[in-house]
Design a protein around this ligand. Structure first.
Ligand SMILES: *Cc1c(COP(=O)(O)O)cnc(C)c1O
Length: 484
């Protein structure tokens, strides 16, 4: 293949700022003092923290070098399945840092916060239109938090009807947060097997659904990147026994403007704004996981809610059936601004973004067939799942290949998830990548697969080019170093 991407630049070693500091060095100069220091100031200086003395250039180089040790969407392709590592347009950052948003204090009265309240109100309307569900809460701080909120609403719905239920159906392809969120709400998760085509079968759903089951929690498209094509029929079965259909909407990037969740029989769902609606999230947060519900579940949504009356926006707490408040203030507002900016700048093109995300994934599916094993060989949505079965005879695993891809300048795909595929390699290119980049990725995968066959020692040693070599995967959890 051509020269590998991104692995040939200079990566400097970098010491701690405390090791670099030199007494008396400074990053600023103030006018010469023409008064005596005040006693108060002297006291403060003596008790101050032990900051290193640095020049401005020391500090700039330090943080620039540290940033080069990292990998992000802005430096290369990041095909981390299920995470939607799409490009985050810089205009979103600009809007989120406008003083009216960034400096808005959450305790300001509504009269002085009309702009931010209107932004939240309008964003709820947009998300409602995109999902086909009628009401939205922007409060949850992440996808998993949205799931918890959704499960609390499901529980409240059944309690309100006077018939609390104890179980919830969860497909075997689900993200681990799904059963965790359900269990936190007191439900017993009941695993539902996917069929040989990687989707749920209505017959099986019917065989496990009963009147003590609160509903089903299903990811659509699912984590194999496949559309749950029987969802309408399954929703009918769940509703027939009085249950609710919850959708984990983490994979919404495949179906924006194409599928109405409401029309599919979905009662409630969460979105991951940081995934689908473009907020940088490689570092772990902050995120936002709004919950969207059908009309009759609206009274259970968290309080406070943004309400509009007589052309004025305010926060209303007067929803007696609400599950309560789940987050400090009103959610991660900075992420809301980014999503609002993204949706406004994309408009109807959101649909095209989804179409291109699906096209890119299918392009990779075809190009990588024969390089990696493809357990579910049919058109996929926005991501597709391979395995290391073809490399088994050479004793090369998914982990080895993922590490080796780093030497070729790519972030590894998601590995060993979903659990139903042994040695899973889950690739989500997103709509952001050009054909040239996808082709380069295919070349890199091809080179890695060749090495697996002919020179597997290269893979066991990988990665060799990044700053850090292969990590001990459990050391940080077993022996955490919290002292810094
Ligand atoms: C990312 C993801 C989640 C969890 O979302 P967070 O925002 O990370 O809490 C849940 N389900 C699926 C399918 C996901 O991909």
């Amino acid at each position: 293949m051509k020269e590998p991407l991104g692995a040939t630049g200079l990566v400097f070693n970098e010491s701690l700022l405390w090791e670099k500091g030199r007494k008396g060095r400074t990053g600023f100069s103030l006018p010469r003092r023409d008064v005596d220091p005040s006693p108060l100031e002297k006291g403060l200086i003596r008790k101050g923290p032990d900051f290193p003395d640095l020049s401005e250039l020391d500090a700039v180089r330090h943080f620039t070098r540290l940033s080069q040790w990292n990998f992000g969407v802005d430096s290369g392709m990041y095909p981390l399945g299920s995470c939607t590592m799409k490009y985050n347009p810089k205009t979103n950052e600009r809007q989120a840092s406008l003083p009216g948003f960034a400096a808005a204090h959450p305790l300001l009265p509504a009269d002085l916060s009309q702009g931010v309240l209107q932004m939240m109100f309008d964003l709820e309307r947009y998300l409602s239109e995109i999902t086909g569900l009628s009401a939205v809460s922007l409060q949850p701080a992440a996808g998993a938090h949205g799931e918890l909120t959704g499960m609390m609403i499901v529980r409240a719905f059944h309690q309100n009807a006077g018939k609390p239920r104890s179980k919830i159906l969860i497909p075997d392809t689900a993200h681990g947060t799904n059963p965790a969120s359900a269990a936190l709400c007191g439900f017993t998760p009941v695993p539902v097997k996917s069929d040989e085509r990687g989707v749920l079968s209505p017959e099986y759903a019917a065989s496990v659904m009963d009147e003590d089951t609160a509903g089903i929690m299903v990811t659509n498209p699912n984590t194999l990147g496949l559309f749950e094509e029987h969802i309408k029929e399954i929703a009918h079965i769940i509703h027939g026994k009085g249950g609710l259909v919850y959708v984990d909407g983490a994979n919404m990037n495949a179906v924006m403007g194409i599928v109405s969740m409401g029309d599919m029989g979905v009662d409630l769902m969460h979105l991951n704004l940081h995934k689908t609606f473009s907020t940088p999230h490689g570092g772990g947060g902050p995120g936002s996981g709004p919950v969207c519900v059908r009309k009759d579940l609206e009274p259970f949504l968290p309080v406070p809610r943004v309400v509009k009356e007589d052309e004025k926006y305010f926060l209303c707490w007067d929803f007696p059936k609400s599950i309560g408040k789940l987050q400090a203030f009103y959610g991660n507002v900075g992420v809301l601004v980014r999503a609002y900016s993204y949706i406004l700048s994309m408009g109807k093109e959101l649909k095209r973004a989804s179409q291109l995300a699906v096209l890119n994934a299918n392009y990779l599916r075809i190009k990588l067939t024969g390089i990696f094993h493809l357990p579910y060989d049919r058109p996929c949505m926005h991501e597709c799942v391979f395995s290391d079965k073809m490399q088994e005879q050479d004793k090369v695993t998914t982990l080895d290949m993922a590490k080796r891809l780093m030497d070729y300048g790519f972030h590894p795909p998601t590995i060993y998830f979903p659990l139903v595929v042994h040695g899973a390699i889950m690739i989500e290119p997103t709509e952001s990548e050009s054909k040239e980049t996808l082709d380069l990725f295919v070349e890199a995968c091809k080179a890695v697969a060749e090495e697996a066959k002919n020179d597997s020692a290269l893979l066991f040693d990988a990665p060799t080019k990044p700053k850090a070599r292969r990590m001990n995967e459990t050391e940080a959890a077993r022996r955490p170093c919290l002292a810094g």
